[in-house]
Write a protein that binds this ligand. Sequence first.
Ligand code: ZN
Length: 177
Amino acid sequence: MAIPRLLEALDFAAVRHSAQRRKGPDAAPYVNHLIEVASLVANVGQVHDVEVLIAAVLHDVLEDTPTTAEEVTERFGPRVCRFVQALSDDKALPRRQRRQIALEELPQAEALVHVIKLADLASNIKLLPPNWTEERKREYMEWSEQAATICSPSCQPLAALYWERAGQTRAKLESGG
Ligand code: ZN
């Protein structure tokens, strides 16, 4: 029953994130990001555990929508919810503090959480929001690379993809783009 469960998660995430757009130049539907992250976990990370793929689809649903942990547990089970919670920041906190807490908590997270996080970081590092200041882009890159350093030992192929993309983005940033 793996595929029906995964499709249910995609449907759930598409509805919950329907009002949200990506911060990139094309303001893509948010679900594009969720599909990319799950696809990277499966096809680059070679993780085919359906609960990990569901957690990849749902990884932003607690952070960015009014969905509760109880709801995720009820619909997708406690293991999925545990993964999603490990990938969620507390949006009530200021950005710098959230990022600091993430760096402190990531080393204790399980390897499968690192795999999803690497896919998320690889998706986000491709193209930084064009309306960000140079300073904000640099700050984000530094944090992203620190987080990826913690997660990289858990999944070599995704780490390779992340560092390739990060290199390209850093080169663009250094050349003023
Ligand atoms: Zn994400």
